[in-house]
Structures are given as structure tokens and as C-alpha cells.
Design a protein around this ligand. Structure first.
Ligand code: NI
Length: 174
């Protein structure tokens, strides 16, 4: 089932999320719903607070090559174990900040540990777009958005646009 994606500014997007205790059917359903919502958007990553759930869960799939098999990943309690000194810069966007993009510099390589959908611990080194995306999504779990990396003026400009967008949407659905 598709879920509604919160748009910045929203206090729920600024919260530090709680670790997921034991996996339950409800949490697995949430992960499936988030993947469906992400693919439908379309996007390459989504964090639970973006659908209003303040738990440490992210989903992502950064496979872009046409015709390549999808690789949907659901990560419960993801944690960055190590990050490279080498950095890379990508133009980032966010489903909670529609149509706004900006370059963000992050470690080029990160080793991440998480619990998968079946409750098994996983560990993997991510590079390229996967590395950027997984860091962007884990930031969401700590109440951090990609615009927090930008200069204050740019951030305020984007936030003002989002306030306006939310007002227009509220009016359209009234
Ligand atoms: Ni995002």
C-alpha cells in the first residue's frame, strides 16, 4: 500500500528516530509499503520518517541501468561503520523536497551494517550513487536533510518554496 510522503518543513522530518526492536509483520509491511511508495514516486531511496514513522528504517534501490534487475534493499537500524577520506559530489534531491536539487559532497565509500527484512545482520561496502544514497537516507533517521549541507540562504530559499508548495497543495485539496 502506497503511503503519503511528508513534505519539508515538517517537525517529523527533524526528529532523531528510535531503533527498531524486534522485527514484526507490521514493520515488514511498512518496509514493503515504503518500497512501493519509493518506486511509484519515483525515487531511489526513502526513510521511515518521510512517511511519518519515527523508526530507524530505510529502503533504497540505486540500480539505474535500463533492463537491469532491481535491487530493493530494506535496512533496519542501519549504521555506518566506516567512511572513506575520499569524497564524491552528487546532485541530490529528496522526495520530501520535490523538484529541488543541489550538489552535496560526502564520503565516496561507506561500510554499512543493518538488519535485513528477514532479521539477518548484513554488512556491505557501498560506492558511487549507492554510497551517497545510503548516507542521505541514514541522515533522515537523525533528522537531517540534504539542504542542511547548503549555505543558510540557499536553504531558506528552498524552504520558502516548499512552504508555498504545501500551501498550494492544501488549497487544491480543500
Ligand atoms: Ni531524502
Amino acid at each position: 500500500m502506497k503511503r503519503n510522503i511528508l513534505i519539508h518543513p515538517d517537525p517529523r522530518l527533524k526528529k532523531v528516530c528510535a531503533p527498531v526492536p524486534d522485527l514484526s509483520d507490521d514493520l515488514r509491511r511498512l518496509a514493503d509499503d515504503m518500497l512501493e511508495t519509493m518506486y511509484d514516486a519515483p525515487g531511489i531511496g526513502l526513510a521511515a520518517p518521510q512517511v511519518g514513522v519515527l523508526s530507524r528504517l530505510i529502503v533504497l534501490d540505486c540500480v539505474k541501468e535500463e533492463g537491469a534487475a532491481p535491487r530493493p534493499l530494506a535496512m533496519f537500524n542501519p549504521e555506518i561503520l566506516a567512511a572513506s577520506d575520499e569524497t564524491s559530489t552528487y546532485e541530490e534531491g529528496c522526495l520530501s523536497i520535490p523538484d529541488q536539487y543541489a550538489e552535496v559532497t560526502r564520503p565516496a565509500e561507506v561500510e554499512v551494517e543493518w538488519i535485513d527484512r528477514d532479521g539477518n545482520p548484513q554488512r556491505e561496502v557501498f560506492t558511487g550513487l549507492w554510497a551517497t544514497c545510503v548516507q542521505h537516507e541514514i541522515d533522515h533517521l537523525d533528522g537531517k536533510l540534504f539542504i542542511d549541507y547548503l549555505k543558510p540562504l540557499r536553504r531558506q530559499m528552498i524552504t520558502r518554496k516548499m512552504v508555498k508548495l504545501k500551501r498550494e497543495r492544501a488549497r487544491a485539496s480543500a
